[in-house]
Design a protein around this ligand. Structure first.
Ligand code: SF4
Ligand code: SF4
Length: 85
């Protein structure tokens, strides 16, 4: 079993996963959906509601499972996702 690294935040002792959190800027998001594919944890979906620009923006759920890998932010063509670790 892996051990926690001192000072790292983690979800649980079993996996010692680092935690992360994302924020999606709804006004920048064009609802392309690329981030929903990129997230290895499948934490991002497109919203049912249309934003002021007529797009269905991305939304994140179950953020306690986010590892902070930042793949979603790196792939977003509109720089609409910020990742916090
Ligand atoms: S940082 Fe990684 S795990 Fe978290 S939402 Fe983005 S792609 Fe998913
Ligand atoms: S990749 Fe960016 S623009 Fe596309 S749905 Fe995700 S947050 Fe929105």
């Amino acid at each position: 079993m892996a051990h926690c690294v001192a000072g790292e935040r983690h979800r649980d002792h079993e996996g010692c996963s680092k935690m992360g959190r994302i924020e999606i800027d709804e006004l920048r998001c064009k609802g392309c959906g690329i981030c929903t594919i990129a997230c290895p944890k499948k934490l991002i979906t497109l919203c049912d509601k249309v934003n002021i620009q007529g797009y269905t923006p991305a939304q994140a759920s179950s953020q306690e499972l986010c590892t902070g890998c930042a793949l979603c932010a790196e792939i977003c063509p509109d720089v609409a996702i910020k990742v916090f670790k």
